[in-house]
Design a protein around this ligand. Structure first.
Ligand code: ADP
Length: 502
């Protein structure tokens, strides 16, 4: 990969805007330390959502490619990686972190072309990926076991062993972040990897695998097979050579992955959908809450599992809050991600239709649209798959748009009489991924944090936290935790050893 620094970034952005693509994107799968052609030599197109046009091709993988990748991972795991000194694993991850930073612009431009997200958000994701590798680099040689007190006749202790060959099924909304969040702890624990990025966004996972190789990762430890969920993803999750699956995606696909894993009793971590509430109470700092609610739903055009897609607002401040929020939503600029808009396109034509369908049905059922409510295009080119930042109000708790994940820039508003009512509304969901609480009352904030059924609660700053903080869902949002030291444990098996010594 050609190295670009942050300063040459504007050139890459200008060039990508001019040509509609990025030169030198990876071709083929990444297997056993290099790019290889797919077994059937078939290719697929990747689309730039900001234009609604194909901009590059990639390999359409099948079960044969998955077999090769798993065999390569198994060999590398058993012959090299599980016995590589922890300190050496840490050094490789640290070098990878630096290389990600060195390639920041190139990765960010690839991510924006592939996913549509504004370039500033893509840069943030790439920085986050670098930080993820830095964090887990430091953890490699600190995976300590324990000893257990059985008295003078015994010695008992535990060690953390790598689970083995891990599969990573990656979604299209945060391609490099999700890849990094799975790859770094898996590698830190001593596991090998076979990843399958989403067919909408295949490139940054391939680029990351190449960077890891440049950082000194032995051949075969990290492999990436591209292609569709049916042709490449399903054979990977069914593969008997896989010891653990980390899946991030929809509930429907998560269910299939869990069923596939059941055959071989393969371990799974599932990070699925959400319909996360943002509770805004009357004593909040209004400006802070408005900014928080906007970011929670319009970042990445709302295509975030943990988006704050339900606003639960205490009635006394409702009118004032919604008027200000709607004005801010209407003022957000839309455009091609490379031009640095506030909000970019949604990822695909199919996604756009899905979002439009949700809003149309809500409208038919009498909901009030306070902002947005229409599909649109890039104002500069008349192209692309865009949906206006939208606020839907006058809803009841059972309405589809309150209960179902839209995965778009659509905020559903619910009114609460007081904090307890807000709590009841917040928990009235099949999902339990994250939640936000805005209040200046510390006691109320922590009481709600304790009682909201979610894997993570943000107080007075939505998305507060970092790689240090465990993340994952309750209820239909999945199970298992990623990030933090808890995320590292997902890639370890505890072995206890007990010995009679007298
Ligand atoms: P969406 O419906 O929004 O595309 P998915 O949950 O289907 O989200 O996709 C998330 C990831 O799961 C993608 O990488 C996709 O290719 C993959 N995938 C889809 N179907 C399957 C399957 N049956 N088995 C394994 N992976 C799959």
């Amino acid at each position: 990969m050609t190295t670009s620094t942050e300063t040459s970034g504007t050139d890459l952005v200008t060039e990508a805007l001019r040509t509609g693509t990025l030169a030198g994107l990876p071709e083929g799968h990444f297997i056993n330390g290099g790019f290889v052609r797919p077994a059937h030599n078939r290719r697929m197109e990747s689309f730039d959502p900001g234009r609604g046009e194909a901009f590059a091709e990639f390999a359409a993988g099948t079960a044969e490619d998955v077999d090769d990748a798993v065999a390569s991972a198994r060999h590398a795991f058993e012959t090299v990686w599980r016995d590589t000194l922890p300190v050496e694993r840490g050094r490789i991850l640290m070098r990878a972190s630096r290389l990600i930073q060195d390639n920041l612009e190139r990765l960010a431009v690839a991510e924006t072309l592939d996913s549509g997200k504004p370039i500033a958000e893509a840069r943030g994701d790439v920085r986050g990926a670098a930080r993820t590798f830095e964090y887990y680099a430091g953890a490699c040689d600190k995976l300590e076991g324990e000893s257990f007190p059985l008295g003078p006749d015994y010695l008992a202790y535990s060690i953390h062993e790598p689970v083995g060959v891990t599969a990573h099924i990656i979604p299209w909304n945060f391609p490099i972040s999700t890849a990094a969040r799975g790859f770094a702890p898996a590698l830190a624990a001593g596991c090998a990897i076979v990843a399958k990025p989403a067919e909408q966004t295949p490139f940054t996972a391939l680029m990351l695998a190449e960077i890891l190789s440049q950082a000194g990762l032995p051949d075969g430890v990290c492999n990436v097979v591209t292609g569709t969920g049916a042709e490449a993803g399903a054979p990977l999750t069914r593969h008997p050579g896989i010891d653990h699956i980390t899946f991030t995606g929809s509930v429907a696909t998560g269910r299939q992955v869990m069923k596939a894993a059941a055959d071989d009793i393969t371990r799974v971590v599932l990070e699925l959908g959400g319909k996360s509430p943002v509770v805004v109470l009357k004593d909040c700092d209004l400006d802070q809450a408005i900014a928080g609610v906007l970011g929670a739903i319009y970042e990445n055009a709302g295509q975030i599992c943990s988006a704050g897609s339900r606003l639960i607002i205490e009635r006394p401040i409702q009118d004032e809050f919604l008027a200000a929020l709607a004005a801010r939503a209407k003022a957000l600029s839309l455009g091609h991600g490379l031009r640095g808009p506030d909000v970019g396109p949604v990822n695909s034509a199919a996604q756009l239709d899905k979002i439009a369908g949700f809003v149309a049905r809500a409208r038919q059922q009498g909901a009030e649209i306070l902002a947005g409510g229409k599909a649109t295009t890039d104002p500069e080119t008349g192209k692309g798959w865009f949906y206006e930042p939208t606020i839907v109000a006058r809803l009841s708790p059972r309405d589809e748009i309150v209960q179902e994940e839209v995965f778009g820039p659509v905020l559903a508003v619910q009114s609460a009489e007081d904090a307890d009512h807000a709590l009841a509304l917040a928990n009235d969901s099949q999902y339990g991924l994250v939640a936000g609480v805005y209040t200046s009352d510390l006691g109320t904030a922590h009481r709600l944090a304790r009682r909201i059924d979610a894997g993570q609660v943000f107080i007075n700053e939505y998305f507060a936290g970092g790689i240090e903080v465990p993340f994952g869902g309750n209820k239909k949002s999945g199970f298992g935790r990623e990030k933090g030291l808890e995320g590292l444990k997902s890639y370890c098996k505890t072995k206890s050893v007990a010995a009679r010594i007298t």
